[in-house]
Ligand binder design. Structure first.
Ligand code: ADP
Ligand code: MG
Ligand code: ZN
Length: 458
């Protein structure tokens, strides 16, 4: 029923070497080829990039991709170059020479019928749109020449101050529609609760959303797949009260279940990262090879860590949530939360960095009641902060409901939108996953745990 599928599939195989589309890729590509505005929500590792990379190769001109992080961009460029795609990036890390050359090529494309091969994909960080007059002028020329094929906003939840990765520069992206009204926009995200979805369509000036499955599709087309990833196994484990006791529990967990595996331990503060990493190393007598990542680690150290992690010389990164968006390592076998996240959105996103290769992975949350107080004080005064923290706490304390159903209910919750933003998540509220802690816990252990009523007590 899709007009472009044949041509798209041929290109999919020819350039990217994939035999078939995944999830909503086919729909996203077709809607894009039709020149529509599109919002696509698919889980991490679902293959969102292909939704714009493939159409970009099939239309004249250049698609502009806005992505929040240099590491994400470099990685994409590397893969595209391997596939022989003419893709460039203009970021703070681009050399003067490279950037001069790129501007020259864009200028050539913007001055009538272009000679030589076109730049098909140009990646920038949002600062370029927010701050660079030179860049906007180059876009003006492309636009006038009809060579601006599409705007792609990756990690689009960064637009919303309600999202956990809020980037103020993303708000300036309202310029795109205002200045270049005819260029279609594609927004991509893995976590997009209704409020965030609402914010992002408003900021990007995208018209009214309709589900892709609706009979009459007009305005912005929304594709959204289940957020549930069946290879992730969620567990909440009790966290011993003493400082070292909690690390020892974690050490034993890692050595018993994930000896030599790659993993992440998310910690609440920079100081926690340092001390957790150090204690894990000491208490395991060096058997667990740890690294540290947080905002204050100097850039050169961060790069070194990324390299050591890729090469397997560091296995377990103890990190704050600053370690996240740029991770492109498929074989993360476990993600441990040493402390509650500040919101369930954040927890979903962070734990979702496990198992991107589709193989089994564990997502473990260590919980003790005192940590609830820490989260409460940290989120105090943030708009909606307490509600979000409470949802996280409720998740941690629930010893009965399937984790998958809890996530689905949370993301499904009432919204300002007039339709359900989670088309397929609806089903997720009905069937248990069968493999999380609450699905596998023998019922008689419940009383023994003595954890009922903890939420109410807070
Ligand atoms: P996301 O941005 O949704 O997290 P990516 O676009 O980075 O995911 O893709 C994740 C991985 O899936 C990449 O390694 C990509 O090559 C692979 N992939 C994407 N689409 C397909 C497909 N149709 N068939 C096989 N592999 C795919
Ligand atoms: Mg992506
Ligand atoms: Zn379950």
């Amino acid at each position: 029923e899709f007009e472009w599928s044949g041509a798209l599939e041929a290109k999919l195989k020819e350039v990217f070497g994939h035999d078939s589309f995944r999830l909503c890729q086919e729909g996203i590509c077709n809607a894009s080829m039709d020149g529509r505005d599109v919002v696509a929500i698919m889980p991490t590792g679902g293959g969102k990039s292909l939704g714009y990379q493939l159409p970009a190769l099939m239309v004249p001109g250049c698609s502009l991709v806005i992505s929040p992080l240099l590491a994400l961009i470099s990685d994409q460029i590397m893969h595209l170059h391997e596939a022989g795609v003419d893709a460039v990036m203009l970021t703070g890390a681009t050399s003067k020479e490279d950037s001069d050359r790129i501007y020259k090529r864009l200028q050539a494309m913007g001055s009538g019928p272009s000679v030589g091969p076109e730049i098909k994909l140009c990646y920038v960080t949002p600062e370029k749109i927010a701050n660079s007059k030179k860049f906007l002028t180059a876009l003006d020329r492309l636009y006038k020449a009809g060579k601006l094929a599409r705007f792609v906003v990756d990690e689009a939840h960064c637009v919303s101050s309600q999202g956990h990765d809020f980037r103020p520069d993303y708000q300036k992206l309202s310029t795109l529609r205002e200045r270049f009204p005819d260029v279609p926009i594609l927004a991509l995200s893995a976590t997009c609760p209704a409020q965030v979805l609402w914010d992002l369509t408003k900021t990007l000036r995208m018209p009214k959303l309709t589900m892709a499955s609706a009979a009459d599709v007009d305005g912005t087309v929304l594709f959204s797949t289940s957020l549930y990833r069946k290879n992730l196994h969620y567990y909440v484990l009790p966290k011993p009260a003493g400082g070292n006791d909690s690390i020892m529990a974690m050490r034993d967990y890692i050595l018993n279940n994930h000896r030599n595996d790659t993993g992440i331990v998310y910690c609440l503060t920079k100081k926690d990262c340092e001390s957790v990493a150090e204690s894990l190393t000491t208490l395991s007598e060096g058997q667990i090879k740890t690294g540290v990542y947080h905002a204050d680690v100097p850039d050169t150290r961060k790069e070194m860590l990324h390299r050591q992690w890729r090469e397997g010389r560091v296995k377990v990164v103890c990190a704050t949530i600053a370690f996240g968006l740029g991770i492109d390592k498929g074989d993360v076998r476990f993600v441990i939360h040493h402390t509650l996240s500040k919101s369930l959105d954040g927890f979903y996103q962070e734990s979702g960095r496990a198992g991107r290769d589709g193989k089994d992975a564990d997502c473990v949350l260590y919980y003790r009641a005192q940590d609830a107080t820490r989260i409460a004080s940290l989120t105090y005064g943030e708009r909606g902060g307490q509600e979000k923290a409470l949802a996280m706490l409720a998740f941690a304390c629930d010893v009965e409901e399937c984790r998958k159903i809890q996530f689905a209910n949370y993301f499904n919750k009432s919204s300002k939108l007039s339709f359900s933003s989670w088309a397929t998540a609806e089903e997720d509220t009905l069937t248990r996953c069968g493999h999380c802690d609450n699905c596998t816990r023998p019922p008689e252990t419940l009383e023994h745990l003595g954890v009922r009523g903890r939420v109410a007590a807070w």
